[in-house]
Design a protein around this ligand. Structure first.
Ligand SMILES: C[S@@+](CC[C@H](N)C(=O)[O-])C[C@H]1O[C@@H](n2cnc3c(N)ncnc32)[C@H](O)[C@@H]1O
Length: 187
C-alpha cells in the first residue's frame, strides 16, 4: 500500500480514487475538504516535509496567475506570478520519488519546462474540452480510458456565483480514476 499525497485538492476526487484502489491517500489544501474525507488543512509544502514519507504526489496548484487564458490580466501581477511559479518549482522539486503536477496551458511551459503530456476530458469519459497539462517525474503518460463524443468547452458547465471557480477547477472523476489505476500500479 503506497502513501499518496494529493496536494491542492479540496474536492477529494483524486484522493477517493486512490483510496478505492487500495492506497493510503491524503488530500491537502488551505481549505477544508468538501467531502469530509482524509485531509490535511494547510500548506502542501508543509505536508510534503512533515507528514511524509510519500511515495507519490499529485499536485493541482492554483493557475490564477499562470494560465495563458488569463494573460490579459498578467500586467502588474509580476509578484504574484513569481510567487506562483516558485510554488510550482518547489512542488516539482519535492523529495518524492513519483510526482505529477497538473495545470491548464500556462506559463509553466515557458518559464520552467514544457509539459510531458496534454490530456482532454473526452479521452476519459467526459464529453468536454479542456486542455490539461501534466508535468511528470518517474511516471508514465496517462493512457486514454474511454474516448467519447462531445466537445463542449468545460467552462460552459459552471453556473455563475462565488463558487464558480470551484466548479471549474474540480478534477473530473474519469481522469482521477485513470491516475489511480495507471499510476497506482507503478508505485
Ligand atoms: C485549481 S484548485 C485545484 C482543485 C482540485 N482540482 C480539486 O479537485 O479540489 C487549487 C487549489 O489549491 C489550493 N491551494 C493554494 N495554495 C495552496 C498551498 N500553499 N497549499 C495547499 N493548497 C493550496 C487552493 O485552496 C485551491 O483549492
Amino acid at each position: 500500500m503506497a502513501r499518496v499525497l494529493i496536494a491542492c485538492e479540496f474536492s477529494g476526487t483524486v484522493r477517493r480514487a486512490f483510496r478505492k484502489a487500495g492506497h493510503e491517500a491524503w488530500s491537502c489544501d488551505l481549505l477544508e475538504a468538501e467531502d469530509g474525507g482524509e485531509h490535511l488543512v494547510g500548506d502542501a509544502l508543509d505536508a510534503v516535509l512533515h507528514d511524509g514519507p510519500w511515495d507519490l504526489m499529485i499536485a493541482h496548484p492554483p493557475c490564477t496567475h499562470l494560465a495563458v487564458s488569463g494573460a490579459r490580466w498578467f500586467k502588474g501581477k509580476q509578484r504574484e506570478q513569481t510567487r506562483a511559479l516558485d510554488f510550482v518549482r518547489a512542488l516539482l522539486d519535492a523529495p518524492i520519488e513519483h510526482i505529477a503536477l497538473e495545470n491548464p496551458v500556462s506559463i509553466i511551459s515557458s518559464k520552467i519546462r514544457e509539459p510531458d503530456q496534454i490530456i482532454q476530458p473526452w479521452q476519459f469519459g467526459h464529453g468536454e474540452v479542456k486542455a490539461t497539462c501534466l508535468w511528470l517525474k518517474n511516471l508514465p503518460t496517462l493512457k486514454p480510458t474511454d474516448i467519447v463524443d462531445g466537445r463542449r468547452p468545460r467552462v460552459h458547465y459552471a453556473s455563475p456565483g462565488p463558487d464558480r471557480w470551484k466548479e471549474r477547477s474540480r478534477t473530473l472523476s474519469g481522469i482521477a480514476g485513470a491516475m489511480a489505476e495507471q499510476w497506482g500500479a507503478v508505485i
